[in-house]
Structures are given as structure tokens and as C-alpha cells.
Design a protein around this ligand. Structure first.
Ligand code: GSH
Length: 220
């Protein structure tokens, strides 16, 4: 398998975590979003939407959209499940994951930010405020739900990481990046701390990727 991604892409980060949790070996190909490589002809021929991630399966099939990729991995490699076996529980996990993937992430994406700057006249500070607004609105709901709902355990759902954690942790990285006050989210912080102990989450971290620039690299 081959994953086209970018060290700081939270959608690619989700897929890296899932691959790690399921123990799937996958070649990584960096697409430098800062340089605009996702818009060049070669990459657009693979993924006409011009975003990462793209997964090329071991059969050579091109898969796009991180949630579709995650569901593919879940179906193809069910041994380490990221969705519970029971339908209502699966709906809960997907509901938590979709708050991130459908309601937060699309509003704070690079393309949206570019439009805000080029068309709506936002400066960098106003664009950061915009990102924080949508991130915090979504994280507020996640914090309330996860603190209140009895299904929450050490992780978003019970005692093993699920699709919800796979989406949450990259979004918390973005929240930190845009200066959100994470002290507002004690339950999310507790879940993140649990995820941080797992090698799959550690290996997928943006600061530990082959394309991580030197200035972002973590020691250890
Ligand atoms: N819904 C898509 C979103 C993909 C996406 O927006 N990726 C971002 C990086 S996290 C990207 O490539 N942005 C480039 C751009 O917007 O120009 C998915 O989950 O795969």
C-alpha cells in the first residue's frame, strides 16, 4: 500500500494512526501542501480533488477521502477493530468522529483559509480566529458529550481506541496549532493522554514523519 500525505495534514494523520493500530505496513509519499504540490498535474491525476490523503491499495486501487479509507481498512483488516460490534455503539463512534471530520475540519482547511485570504480579505490573524472559532465550537460539543455519556471510557468509546479517537487526536493537534485553550477540555485531554501512550499514535504524530521539516522534529 502507498499513502500520499503530508506531515501536518490531519486527514492523513487519521489514516496513519489507523494503519499503525491495525499493523499495516504502508509506504508513505509526501505531498508538500505548503509548496502547492497537491495541485500539480501528477498528483491531480491521482486525486482530482487535489487534497490528501490518497491510499493506493495493494491491488493498485486508488482510494480517497480519509473516512472512506478508514472504513475500507476496517472492512479489509477487521482484526484490530476501530468500530464496535453493536449497531448503536457504531453509530455513536461515527457520530463523534463526524463532528471532527464533517463539522470542524472542512471549515479550517487550507483551501478555505486560502479563500478567506484571497477573496474575503482576511489577514493571518483573522483567519486564525476563524479556525479557532470552528475548532472550539466542535470541541466544546465533544467535551460535553464525552464527559457526560456513560459509553466513554479510557478512550472515546470504552477501553480501546476507535474511529472517534483516530479523528479526535489530529484535531487536537490542530487546536493546539491555532492557539486554542486546551484547558477547556479536560475529558479530551485525558483521552489524548491515553492515546499518546500507544505506539500507533506516537508513530503517526506530525512531528515524526519522513517529510517533517527539521524545525518541527521532536527529539525522542
Ligand atoms: N474530506 C477530506 C479532506 C481532505 C483535505 O482537505 N485534506 C487537506 C489536508 S488535511 C488538504 O489536502 N488541503 C489542501 C487544500 O485545501 O488545498 C478527507 O477527509 O480526506
Amino acid at each position: 500500500m502507498r499513502l500520499y500525505g503530508y506531515f501536518r495534514s490531519s486527514a492523513a494523520y487519521r489514516v496513519r494512526i489507523a494503519l499503525g493500530l491495525k499493523g499495516i505496513v504502508c509506504e508513505q509519499v509526501a505531498v508538500d501542501l505548503a509548496r502547492g504540490d497537491h495541485r500539480n498535474d501528477d498528483y491531480m491525476a491521482i486525486h482530482p480533488q487535489g487534497v490528501v490523503p490518497t491510499l493506493i491499495t495493494d491491488q493498485g486501487v486508488v482510494l480517497t477521502q480519509s473516512l472512506a479509507i478508514l472504513e475500507f481498512l476496517e472492512e479489509r483488516y477487521p482484526q484490530v477493530p476501530l468500530l464496535p460490534s453493536e449497531a448503536v455503539a457504531r453509530a455513536r463512534v461515527r457520530s463523534l468522529a463526524y463532528i471532527v471530520a464533517c463539522d470542524i475540519h472542512p471549515l479550517q482547511n487550507l483551501g478555505v483559509r486560502r479563500h478567506l485570504s484571497e477573496v474575503a480579505g482576511f489577514d493571518a490573524r483573522a483567519a486564525d480566529d476563524w479556525n479557532r472559532h470552528w475548532i472550539e465550537q466542535g470541541l466544546d460539543v465533544l467535551e460535553q458529550r464525552l464527559a457526560r455519556e456513560v459509553e466513554t471510557g479510557a478512550y472515546c468509546h470504552g477501553e480501546a481506541p476507535s474511529l472517534a479517537d483516530v479523528c479526535l487526536v489530529p484535531q487536537l493537534y490542530n487546536a493546539h496549532r491555532y492557539g486554542s485553550d486546551l484547558a477547556r477540555y479536560p475529558t479530551l485531554a485525558r483521552i489524548q493522554a491515553a492515546c499518546d501512550t500507544l505506539p500507533a499514535f506516537q508513530a503517526a504524530h506530525p512531528h515524526r514523519q519522513p517529510d517533517t521539516p527539521a524545525g518541527f522534529r521532536e527529539v525522542g
